[in-house]
Structures are given as structure tokens and as C-alpha cells.
Design a protein around this ligand. Structure first.
Ligand code: HEM
Length: 457
């Protein structure tokens, strides 16, 4: 056999699959994996998309030389959001060069200098919580992660009016394409019509335009003031030169800023809501975590990031419902063989993270939230891959992990939260990601644990 089994539906079935992909994506992945196994194809004719949940096969793809696959051009549909010059849309040498430029700013050692800032932002935002009142958790986690990425991108001192405006507009823009229904805009180009500012797409376009204008104003004002002494990412991009000695154009800088601002906060905000949900859904998890935080004696925030049980809770949060259910597609540039099958050039390979994270042989009783599994064994990068892998592995993984740990620790050390129902919640689509429903609420029952507060503030 040269091709794996295929979920190649036609006619009405095709629409049914699209409906499921939008409204019940995890059910679609579960059903497909059950029916077709750990490698299957999607599409009616070659070149197919091949969906993989076999860790060895994922390893082969992620560790192959980068020149064997294109990834950026398979992401071209994101240009409406990020612009044509985003790292996410690049391939080959241009992609590697841009990653080399940005990578040091996201290295875990460098990020340590941000730990105090993240803690303070989390405190400022949660200080608005009132005892006895319910909170829409996502509003706050999104504000925290957006403030953090704005500071990482524009510099620690930048608390400008422009940055506040950007925060508001970015949140509004992403909300227009985030409900399961409005996510359809991302799947059907015919819905992308500007019917005026009251229509969803029209509103999206107007907000995008306002954001674009603010980013260009920031770039120009930095150039005019010759303000290029900081070590923030905007400065780095503005000082960068390619091999021919040419600087990035304003448009290139704009597209990269947009990429980092969007990729850098939505996902982490969703992951934080999940972490708070699970910690409060399972009292024994919360107890253990509080015990670990209670024993914490350091004043240096960065030590929190090393706490083992907190780390395991964060990993288990990203395992059970990965925010991004699958990796970017890798499009092969030459014929290749994988798991005994032959594939033509232009075949797209996707690692189905959700299915790998639910393999019974790797994660016994995978539907249970059990952080201990990450203390009992070490998972390889092809068994646990919430941030993808290889040369496209998430640039912000270290930042996201650090933020999740610090914000969870800050919130648990200051507040008692309660779930409003003990019903187990399932993810829903939020744009291209999986999240808790946006209206998910928790109750702030008390300010607590003065002991921990005294220790770590
Ligand atoms: C919990 C939070 C996050 C999750 C779950 C996540 C997940 C992912 C995944 C799955 C990929 C695709 C990787 C692949 O296919 O191999 C990716 C790529 C990327 N992520 Fe994240 N991400 C998160 C946070 C962040 C943050 C904080 C940033 C900050 C800038 C960021 C920036 C990026 C960028 C720039 C790429 C593209 C890398 C490339 O194409 O070379 N992400 N992310």
C-alpha cells in the first residue's frame, strides 16, 4: 500500500466535516483517529494532507533538515492578520535569519529579567477583583498577557498612551473573530466581505487599520527621535540588516510586530484560564500547589519558575487540551517515505498534538488531569509538543511557560477563587485555537494566605 487510509469525503459529507472542524474540532480529531489510526490522509486527490499521531513519525518530520519542507507558504492564509512579511509566513534562509535575530530576546535566561515585571502586571490587573463578585477570567488573563507582550516588544519603560490604545484595539479585533460562529470567517473566504462597520468582517478590517496606523506611528516616532538604544524587540528589528546591508522596511517591521503581539498573548491567555480552571476543579491539585507555594522562601521571583509541582500543573494543562491542536503543516519538497507509505512532493504533514497527548500508551487514562505524570516520567519532544517542534518550534515557549507559572502563583497566593459549577467543561474553538468558552466565570471568594503574601512580595 502506498497511501495511508483516507478521510476523503465528498459532497455533503465534506460540508459535515467542515462543520465539525469549526464547531466540534476535538470530536472530529477523536473520531478520525479512532477510525483511521495514527496516520491518515485528508483531501480528495493528491497532494494530500497527512495527519500523524505517531511520535516516531513526528520525530522524523521535526528533525528532518529544514530545506526538505516548506511551512511558511502553507500559512499564507494568515497574511490577512499578520501581513505578508511575518516570520510565520517565511521559509528557507529568510526564515532562519529572522529566527536568529529574534531568538535571543525569547531565550529563557534573558527572559528572567522580565519575571518581576510579569508579577507586578498580574498584581495590578487582579487588584481590581472584588471579594464576592464573579469575574470573567479571560478578560483578566488576556489583559495580563497583552500587557506583558507589549512591554517585551516595545520595551520595559514603554507605558505610553499608544501602548494602551494598542492593547484595547488588539483585544477588540481578536474578539471579532473568536467565537465559534465568527471563527467561520477564517474558514470561508466568501464571508470576508466588508459590509460596513457593523458587519463582523467590516469591523475587523477597521480595527486592523487602526492598529496598523498606531504601529506605523510608533515605528516612525522611534526613527525620528533616533531612539534606538533600548534592548526591546522593536529596536532590534529596526537595527537589523540583511546580508546586503539593507534595513527592514517599515512594513516588514510592522508585520513582525503584529505577529509577536498576536501570537504572543492569545494562546497564553487561554492556557492561563485552563490552568485556573483545573486547579480549582480538582481540590487536591490546589492543595498540593498551595503547599508547594507555602514552603517557598525565596524573594527572587525566578525561583517560582523552578517549582516542580507548579511546572507539572502547567505541563498537564497544556497536555490535556493543547491550545493549538496540531502543528503547522510541513509541505514536502521532494518525494518521501514515512511509516512505510510513499508520498509525493507537495504533501502536507501535520502532527496532531491533541491525539498524541491522548495516547493511552504514553498517558494512561489520558482524559484525567493528573500533573504527577510529569513528575514520574520525562516525555520526549515528540510525545509532549504543545509548542510544536523542530525549526518552527514556538518562539515564545519559554516566555509562555514563565508567564503561566508566575501568574498562577501570584493569583493563588492572593486570592481564593471558586468555580460556579462543578460541571466538567470542554474546549470550544477560539479562532485557530482551543479555549474555554469566553464567558467562563469564577467567583472571588476571599483575599487569602497573608503568610504566602508576606513571603513572596
Ligand atoms: C501557551 C502559549 C503558546 C502556545 C500553546 C503556542 C503554540 C505554538 C505552536 C503550536 C506553534 C507552531 C509550531 C510548529 O508547528 O512547530 C507556535 C509558533 C509560534 N509561536 Fe507560539 N505558542 C504560545 C505562545 C507564544 C508566545 C508567548 C509567543 C511570543 C512571541 C509565540 C510566538 C510564536 C511564533 C513567532 C511562532 C512561529 C515560529 C516559526 O514559524 O518559526 N507563541 N506557537
Amino acid at each position: 500500500m502506498t497511501l495511508p487510509p483516507g478521510a476523503n469525503s465528498s459532497g455533503l459529507l465534506r460540508y459535515w466535516r467542515t462543520y465539525k472542524a469549526i464547531f466540534h474540532p476535538l470530536k472530529l480529531f477523536e473520531d478520525d483517529t479512532k477510525h483511521y489510526g495514527e496516520i491518515y490522509r485528508i483531501g480528495r486527490r493528491s497532494p494530500f494532507t497527512i495527519v500523524i499521531s505517531n511520535p516516531q513519525a513526528v520525530k522524523e518530520i521535526f528533525t528532518a533538515p529544514p530545506e526538505r519542507f516548506d511551512v511558511g507558504r502553507a500559512n499564507a492564509s494568515l497574511s490577512f492578520l499578520l501581513g505578508d512579511n511575518s516570520l510565520i509566513l517565511m521559509d528557507g534562509e529568510a526564515h532562519q535569519q529572522r529566527r536568529r535575530l529574534l531568538m535571543p530576546s525569547f531565550h529563557s535566561e534573558y527572559l528572567q529579567s522580565y519575571s518581576q515585571m510579569i508579577w507586578e502586571i498580574s498584581e495590578q490587573v487582579t487588584n481590581r477583583w472584588q471579594i464576592g463578585k464573579p469575574i470573567r477570567v479571560r478578560l483578566y488573563t488576556q489583559e495580563i498577557t497583552l500587557r506583558v507582550i507589549l512591554q517585551v516588544v516595545f520595551g520595559l519603560e514603554s507605558q505610553s498612551e499608544r501602548s494602551e490604545q494598542l492593547r484595547r484595539l488588539l483585544s477588540e479585533m481578536l474578539d471579532t473573530i473568536s467565537s465559534p460562529l465568527s471563527s467561520s470567517l477564517l474558514f470561508f473566504q466568501f464571508l470576508q466581505k466588508d459590509w460596513g462597520s457593523l458587519s463582523p468582517w467590516g469591523r475587523f478590517l477597521r480595527l486592523r487599520q487602526q492598529i496598523r496606523q498606531l504601529l506605523y506611528e510608533e515605528i516612525r516616532s522611534r526613527r525620528e527621535q533616533n531612539d534606538l538604544a533600548g534592548n526591546d524587540i522593536l529596536t532590534l528589528l529596526m537595527l537589523a540588516k540583511d546580508e546586503s546591508g539593507a534595513s527592514l522596511t517599515d512594513e516588514e517591521v510592522h508585520d513582525e510586530l503584529m505577529t509577536l503581539l498576536i501570537a504572543g498573548h492569545e494562546t497564553t491567555a487561554s492556557a492561563l484560564v485552563w490552568a485556573l480552571y483545573w486547579i480549582h476543579y480538582l481540590p487536591e491539585v490546589r492543595e498540593k500547589l498551595l503547599k508547594e507555594l507555602d514552603a517557598y522562601r525565596e524573594t527572587n521571583k525566578i525561583e517560582i519558575v523552578k517549582l516542580p509541582y507548579l511546572g507539572a500543573v502547567v505541563s498537564e494543562t497544556l497536555r490535556i487540551y493543547p491550545i493549538v491542536a496540531g502543528s503547522f503543516a510541513r509541505v514536502s519538497k521532494s518525494p518521501m517515505e514515512l511509516m512505510g507509505y510513499q508520498f509525493e512532493p507537495e504533501t502536507a504533514f501535520v502532527a496532531l498534538t491533541y491525539a498524541i497527548h491522548h495516547r493511552e500508551d504514553l498517558y494512561p487514562q489520558p482524559q484525567l488531569f493528573r500533573p504527577e505524570r510529569f513528575l514520574e516520567r520525562q516525555y520526549s519532544p515528540h510525545e509532549f509538543l504543545p509548542f510544536g517542534g523542530g525549526n518552527r518550534r514556538c518562539l515564545g515557549a519559554a516566555l509562555a511557560l514563565m508567564e503561566m507559572k508566575l501568574v498562577v502563583a501570584q493569583i493563588l497566593s492572593q486570592y481564593n477563587l471558586e468555580l460556579s459549577s462543578d460541571r466538567q467543561l470542554k474546549p470550544v474553538r477560539r479562532g485557530l485555537t482551543m479555549a474555554l468558552p469566553g464567558n467562563f466565570q469564577m467567583l472571588v471568594s476571599e483575599r487569602k494566605s497573608e503568610k504566602i503574601l508576606a513571603l513572596i512580595s
